[in-house]
Design a binder for this molecule. Structure first.
Ligand code: CS2
Length: 503
């Protein structure tokens, strides 16, 4: 039988044909029968595998009807998501894959979608609407206009300058322009500010969002900025679910095995985690009922974030940059190499773990073992180019803090340095066999200029202050270790060098 197009109308037939052991469908009310309490900016794979799944479970199992999601796309490339979702009543399939099989789950929590480039005013009006309680986002590091060195808003950036001009109030470009305009309307109407909930994978994501928005607002209207400061809520959160990019073969497999024709399904792993600070200014759904860890103390979130960013994402970087140089394509392929997986394990255990705070109830060794299992999952086909994307927003968060702490306590850090050196080499865009690859990074030009100028010496790259600050270059042990790694990789390639970094 030919596959059925994913639409509300076809859902009963889809489940009847595939069987309930193959696919789950939403049976809750949607459309005009529910309220859209969450406006989410940046509907990519991660949002659709994470927040939207938690909300789907709330709607399916806990009768929640006032927190359906209105998706928003700010970027021109979001037109593809708008069209995919619009063609299928905003339904989509989450395909969970593990060693024990694959399970499809149709998610209905995204109720509508607004594409800002078509109608910016509609997005502001939606955020300002009294039914909206939370504006959430996954806009990646670069969407925050955050200067890592000064910890301030990049207020000189042309996009921010554009949005600071009151003439552009009704048609902003950046997230802060939209939030500012919508909050101003709520203020004028005597409503509470909505909660601004970052779901991006950044340390202190809520605090950074607060600081950036307040800085933006102060440049416009200090009195209004104070209202945001006094009444706004910006929960910090640790978010986790490995979500590869969808491949054409994933769509074909869904059609062939489950009989669903979905324009853009999501592939993910069974594991998911979300730890969020309980800071909401206009109510929230009972997230804890679907396994979200809602915690009172920001300190607790920060500790979870540290564990996750340094162990999971740090290891991903260690898999990504050297792995790409060595010619691997997928995360699980790297993990299948015995020397390489030893390298990852030893980096976690010997170089990252010592600097992590203890979290009551969390067994770090077990966490590391779970990570090895997750990385080794051969069925999700997690692509190295995805892991390597936007490195300038990643390495300073995932690898450099562990190096800095190892410097302070004179702890071991040669594997971490190897990873940083591999990134430096990766910036050149040519792998160890001489094959070119795409370097996708907002700072690519500057990075490539510095890499070229520095050759096999890292000092040029390390001089980029808004990535590295300026402390590390003064540390002789660090400079020696990273320079040796860079020279080794340049001379012998990753795979020949790696055994020297494994005990
Ligand atoms: C990855 C993350 O892009 C990356 O660097 O490490 O996207 C990772 O898959 C997620 O953070 C998992 O929660």
């Amino acid at each position: 039988m030919p596959p059925l197009k994913l639409t509300s109308q076809n859902l009963p037939q889809i489940v009847a044909t595939a069987g309930e052991s193959q696919v789950k469908i939403p049976t809750y009310a949607r459309g005009g029968a529910v309220k859209e309490g969450i406006v989410h900016v940046g509907v990519g794979g991660f949002h659709r595998a994470h927040l939207a799944v938690y909300v789907d479970q709330l709607m399916q199992h806990h009768g929640v009807t006032d927190y359906a999601i209105c998706g928003v796309g700010l970027q021109p490339f979001d037109a593809a998501m708008r069209d995919a979702l619009a063609s299928q009543d905003h339904l989509y399939t989450v395909i969970e894959r593990s060693g024990s099989g694959s399970f499809a789950h149709v998610v209905g929590s995204i109720n509508s979608y607004l594409f800002a480039p078509d109608n910016r005013e509609a997005v502001i009006a939606k955020m300002a609407h009294p039914d909206t309680h939370i504006v959430s986002m996954t806009i990646t590091e670069s969407g925050y206009y955050y200067n890592e060195n000064t910890h301030e808003l990049q207020s000189e950036h042309p996009d921010i300058q554009y949005d600071l001009d009151p003439a552009h109030d009704a048609a902003p470009r950046t997230i802060f322009g939209f939030l500012y305009a919508a909050l101003a309307r709520r203020y004028a109407q005597g409503l509470n500010p909505f909660t601004v909930m970052s779901c991006d994978n950044m340390q202190k994501n809520g605090s950074i969002t607060r600081h950036m928005l307040e800085s933006f607002a102060r440049l416009r209207n200090p009195a209004f900025a104070q209202w945001i400061a006094d009444h706004g809520a910006f929960p910090n959160a640790m978010v986790d679910r490995i979500t590869p990019q969808t491949a054409a073969s994933d769509k074909a497999a869904l059609a062939a095995t489950v009989g669903i024709e979905d324009a853009w399904p999501v592939i993910t792993e069974p594991f998911m985690q979300w730890v969020i600070e309980d800071q909401f200014s206009d109510g929230r759904p009972p997230f804890h009922k679907v396994g979200v860890q809602v915690v009172k103390d920001v300190h607790d979130v920060e500790e979870f974030e540290k564990h996750k960013l340094r162990l999971l994402n740090g290891s991903h970087s260690a898999i990504g940059y050297p792995g790409q140089l060595a010619g691997f394509q997928y995360v699980h392929e790297v993990m299948a190499d015995p020397v390489y997986s030893q390298f990852i394990w030893q980096m976690m255990q010997e170089e990252v773990k010592p600097s992590l705070p203890e979290i009551p109830g969390v067994d770090v060794d077990r966490y590391c073992r779970t990570l090895v299992e997750r990385f080794s999952n051969p069925t999700i086909m997690d692509q190295l180019p995805r892991i390597c994307l936007n490195a300038s927003g990643k390495i300073p968060q995932f690898i450099m803090p562990s190096i800095a702490e190892a410097i302070w306590v004179t702890g071991p850090f040669r594997r971490l340095c190897f990873v940083a050196a591999a990134w430096f080499r990766y910036i050149g865009g040519v792998d160890d066999s001489g094959k070119p690859f795409e370097v996708d990074d907002p700072m690519r030009q500057e990075l490539q200029d510095k890499a070229r100028a520095g050759g096999n010496h890292p000092a040029e790259l390390l001089s980029i202050r808004n990535l590295f600050g300026d402390d590390l270059r003064e540390d002789e042990r660090f400079m020696k270790t990273i320079t040796t790694a860079l020279e080794d990789i340049a001379r012998d390639g990753v795979m020949k060098t790696m055994p020297k970094y494994v005990d």
